[in-house]
Ligand binder design. Structure first.
Ligand code: FES
Length: 151
């Protein structure tokens, strides 16, 4: 898997975030393993600590296994004022997980994130690459049901 991804990018430091992104996407558990960090370090000839620095700086990366669908609910003030806390509580209830946790079927991980840039549609969440705004409890339940139906 690594070779296929490395073949897409020349071994330059500037490609680090793209390579990490592709590696995470290719992992069914949505995270970047120690082994992956080692391989990237060798390929780009940069230190492991530098890579971990990048991994911890960007919240989109994870070094722990996650669900197939990563739900990131915005917790910034505009979304908070529009009820994101209630949305989160209901979301965790219907999935039976805590924030940061993964459902027992491995389908969903729930995380919080900073502003997703569409505050006019608050409250907002992202599931993998898709953004959902103007959330209500009903809308969230419908989205979750649809994704479960596709699994
Ligand atoms: S504050 Fe939530 S999307 Fe901007």
């Amino acid at each position: 898997m690594y070779e296929k991804i490395f073949n897409k990018y020349s071994p330059e430091k500037e490609n680090l975030i793209y390579i990490l992104h592709d590696i995470q996407d290719a992992n069914p558990q949505n995270f970047i393993s120690e082994d992956a960090v080692q391989k990237v370090s060798e390929y780009l000839k940069i230190s492991i600590s530098h890579i971990y620095g990048v991994l911890t700086f960007y919240s989109m990366y994870s070094t722990k296994p996650r669900g197939k669908n990563v739900i990131r609910l915005c917790e910034a003030p505009p979304c908070f004022l529009k009820g994101s806390e209630r949305i989160l509580k209901n979301l965790c209830k219907i999935l039976n997980v805590k924030v940061g946790g993964t459902t027992s079927d491995g389908l969903f991980t729930v995380e919080l994130c900073a502003c997703l840039g569409i505050c006019g549609n608050a409250p907002v969440m992202m599931i993998n690459e898709d953004v959902y705004g103007d959330l209500t409890d009903e809308k969230v339940e419908k989205i979750i049901t649809e994704i479960k139906g596709r699994a």
